[in-house]
Design a protein around this ligand. Structure first.
Ligand SMILES: [Zn+2]
Ligand SMILES: [Zn+2]
Length: 176
């Protein structure tokens, strides 16, 4: 969704379901691993016009499906996250680098844009990416896969000889 800034008198509230999540497909190959968002994300956003600056506060709510980095099982993760940022409209020739994000305040980003439109979809997508764990875990203490038989150690006690001391000891006892 894109908002023309001429449609923002003082401020503008937007509530909608973001369903343009196709960007995930292209990011999967890179850093995000197997992350999928199957349902549209609820967006509740408010944009305050103080031209050339626009103050954005919002919340996104939804759920993603990830692959655990230890046991490769997929699991769901719901999110409900608030954010705030500042956008600054600049002319094309003033734009040093459109991808450059300047950190001014502790948690306020200033992001420059050109043209007359604020790309809300892109803002939402960026926020979702920030929420994606770099090393997804289905649970804090996921035991992962057995290095011998590949069994999921959360679900099976395969009894393979692994570097766990207690295990080795009991196996030795069985031999004698
Ligand atoms: Zn796991
Ligand atoms: Zn095993």
């Amino acid at each position: 969704m894109k908002i023309n800034i001429s449609e923002i008198a003082d401020s503008r509230e937007l509530k909608y379901k973001e369903d343009d999540l196709s960007f995930f497909e292209s990011m999967k190959e890179d850093s995000l691993g197997e992350i999928e968002i199957k349902e549209p994300v609820s967006v509740d956003i408010s944009i305050k016009n103080q031209r050339p600056k626009f103050y954005v506060t919002g919340a996104i709510k939804g759920a993603m499906t990830l692959g655990c980095s230890r046991c490769i099982k997929s699991y769901g993760l719901s999110f409900d996250s608030k954010f705030s940022m500042t956008l600054e409209q600049v002319r094309d020739d003033d734009l040093a680098d459109i991808h450059e994000i300047e950190l001014t305040d502790q948690d306020l980003q200033v992001e420059q844009f050109t043209g007359d439109e604020i790309d809300v979809t892109r803002i939402v997508q960026e926020q979702i990416v920030l929420l994606c764990p770099m090393q997804p875990l289905c649970k804090e203490d996921c035991k992962g896969l057995c290095s011998q038989c590949g069994g999921n150690l959360n679900e099976v006690d395969c009894g393979c000889e692994i570097e766990e001391k207690e295990n080795t000891f009991s196996i030795l006892k069985n031999i004698t």
